[in-house]
Design a protein around this ligand. Structure first.
Ligand code: AMP
Length: 428
C-alpha cells in the first residue's frame, strides 16, 4: 500500500499492547500513592532552554536527540525528552512551591528522543517516574529506589539487578574529574574520537563508553567512590543501609554514570537480564541537587527515577486477554431500529457494556458479527417485541432463545450473564 506510514521509531499502541502499558502504569501509580506521591502532568512541549540548561549542553540528549522546532510565534520549543526538568519547573511555577517540603510527585507520559530505533528503543516512548523535591536526606534516595523495586515486584518481574553508584557532588566532583583526565591524558591518542570528545565535554561519560567497555582500560580508571568528600561518603553509606533495611539487593557499579549533567551523589539503574546490551536499563535515576539552580530557580535538592514503560511491559507477565462487551442489542429489520437504539442506551446507563447494531441489514449477518465479537447474549428487538414490550434474548453459546419482558430486564440479564446455564430455556 502506498499510504503515508507512521514516522520511524514510533508505534501505534493497539488494544493489547496498550492494555499492557496501562496495567504497568496503573501498578506504578498505586505503589507511588502508597508511598505518599501525588500524580501531576506537565506539557508535552516546553521551551527548548529548559532542556538545554536542565539536561546539559554537552549531553547526547541535547546535542543529538531533541525534537526542536520554532512555533508560529518564533519561540523555540522542544518535545520533552525527559520529565525531571519539567517537574522542577512546574513546582516553582505552581502552588506546589508553598506546600510543606518534601513534595512527592509522580508523572507519566510520552517522551521524544531522536535516537536510532531498535528493540526497546523508540523515538516516542513512555515513561513513568517519581520525584521528591526539597529533601536531601539520603534515606529518601532509598525510598525512591524501594518504590521502584516494589513496583517491579507487584508486576511479577524477576531477573532484575539494581546498580548503584555515587557521583560525588560539587565539592568532590572537580577533583575526581581532574583525576580522570590525568588518567586518560597519556592514553588520549589511543582513544576513539567519540571518547576524546566525551573527555573534553563531560569526562564522567567516558566511564559508560560502549567503545571502551571491551578494552579493559576502564577497569583501571579512577573510581568516584575513592574520591568522595566526607558528606558524600556518609550519604552513600546511609543509602546502602536503608536498602539493606528494605531487603533490596544491589551491586555497587563504579562505571555507572548518568547521561544527564544534573546528577549528584546517588545514581542508580535497574537492569534486566533479558534486555540485552545498551537497552538493558528498565529505569534510571538519582539525585539532582543542582538542577533547580541550573534552571534559574532557588536551590532545591531532588531525587527521582524514570522508567521506560515499554521496556517494563516487555518483561512483565502478560495480562489476561481483553474482553469486549458481553451484550449486543440487534434490531430485526424491518422493525425495531428505534427501540434497539433506546434499549442499548438504557442498558449502558445501568452500567452494562453493549454493542449496538440497529441498521437495516439482515438479522443473520448481525448475529454472525455479534458471535465473532465474543458477545455472550444477543438481545433482538423486532416487530413483535416492540408490540409486546419484550426482547428476545439469544444465548450465543447454545443458540437458544427466550423472551424477556423489558420491565426488570437488567436484573434478568445479570442473572443470565452470572450463570450461563439459566439462559437455555427455549429452543430458537
Ligand atoms: P533515561 O532518562 O535516559 O535514564 O531513561 C530512563 C528510562 O527510559 C530508560 O531506562 C528506558 O527504560 C527508557 N528509555 C530511554 N530512552 C528510551 C528510548 N529511546 N526508547 C524506549 N525507552 C527508553
Amino acid at each position: 500500500m502506498a499510504g503515508i506510514s507512521r514516522p520511524r521509531g514510533t508505534e501505534d499502541l493497539l488494544p493489547e499492547p496498550l492494555a499492557r502499558l496501562n496495567r504497568v502504569l496503573a501498578a506504578g501509580l498505586q505503589v507511588a500513592e502508597a508511598h505518599g506521591y501525588r500524580q501531576i502532568e506537565t506539557p508535552i512541549f516546553e521551551s527548548t532552554d529548559l532542556f538545554v540548561r536542565g539536561v546539559g549542553e554537552s549531553t547526547d540528549v541535547v546535542t543529538r536527540e531533541m525534537y526542536t522546532f520554532p512555533d508560529r510565534g518564533g519561540r523555540s520549543l522542544t518535545l520533552r525528552p525527559e520529565g525531571t526538568a519539567p517537574v522542577v519547573r512546574a513546582f516553582w511555577e505552581s502552588p506546589l512551591r508553598q506546600a510543606p517540603l518534601p513534595v512527592r510527585i509522580s508523572y507519566s507520559g510520552p517522551m521524544f528522543r531522536y535516537d536510532r530505533p531498535g528493540k526497546g528503543r523508540y523515538r516516542e516512548f513512555h515513561q513513568f517516574g517519581v520525584e521528591v523535591l526539597g529533601e536531601s536526606e539520603p534515606e529518601v534516595d532509598a525510598e525512591v529506589i524501594g518504590l521502584a523495586w516494589r513496583w517491579l515486584e507487584r508486576l511479577g518481574v524477576s531477573g532484575t539487578s539494581l546498580q548503584l553508584n555515587s557521583l560525588g557532588d560539587r565539592e568532590c566532583r572537580p577533583a575526581y574529574r581532574a583525576a580522570l583526565l590525568e588518567f586518560f591524558e597519556p592514553r588520549m591518542a589511543a582513544l576513539p574520537e567519540l571518547d576524546r570528545e566525551r573527555l573534553r565535554r563531560n569526562p564522567l561519560r567516558v566511564l559508560d563508553s560502549k567503545e571502551l567497555a571491551g578494552e579493559g582500560i576502564l577497569d583501571h580508571a579512577p573510581r568516584t567512590i575513592d574520591h568522595l568528600c566526607p558528606g558524600c561518603r556518609e550519604a552513600f553509606e546511609r543509602v546502602q543501609e536503608a536498602l539493606v533495611a528494605l531487603g533490596i539487593p544491589f551491586a555497587v557499579n563504579h562505571r555507572l554514570v548518568r547521561g544527564l549533567d544534573y546528577y549528584a551523589r546517588t545514581a542508580f539503574e535497574v537492569w534486566h537480564q533479558e534486555l540485552a546490551g545498551a537497552q538493558n536499563a528498565l529505569f534510571g535515576g538519582g539525585r539532582y541537587d543542582g538542577l533547580s539552580e541550573l534552571l534559574g530557580y532557588p536551590p532545591l535538592p531532588g531525587v527521582g527515577f524514570a522508567a521506560g514503560l515499554e521496556r517494563v511491559a516487555m518483561i512483565s507477565a502478560p495480562p489476561p486477554p481483553l474482553g469486549g462487551p458481553e451484550l449486543a442489542v440487534l434490531s430485526a429489520p424491518p422493525a425495531g431500529q428505534k427501540a434497539a437504539v433506546a434499549l442499548a442506551d438504557r442498558l449502558r446507563a445501568a452500567g452494562m457494556a453493549v454493542l449496538l447494531d440497529a441498521g437495516v441489514r439482515g438479522l443473520r449477518a448481525k448475529l454472525s458479527f455479534a458471535e465473532r465479537s465474543g458477545v455472550r447474549l444477543a438481545l433482538i428487538v423486532g416487530e413483535s417485541e416492540v408490540q409486546e414490550r419484550t426482547v428476545a434474548v439469544r444465548r450465543m453459546a447454545g443458540r437458544t432463545q427466550v423472551s424477556v419482558p423489558l420491565e426488570g430486564l437488567e436484573g434478568r440479564l445479570r442473572d443470565l450473564l452470572g450463570n450461563g446455564e439459566s439462559a437455555g430455556e427455549g429452543a430458537s
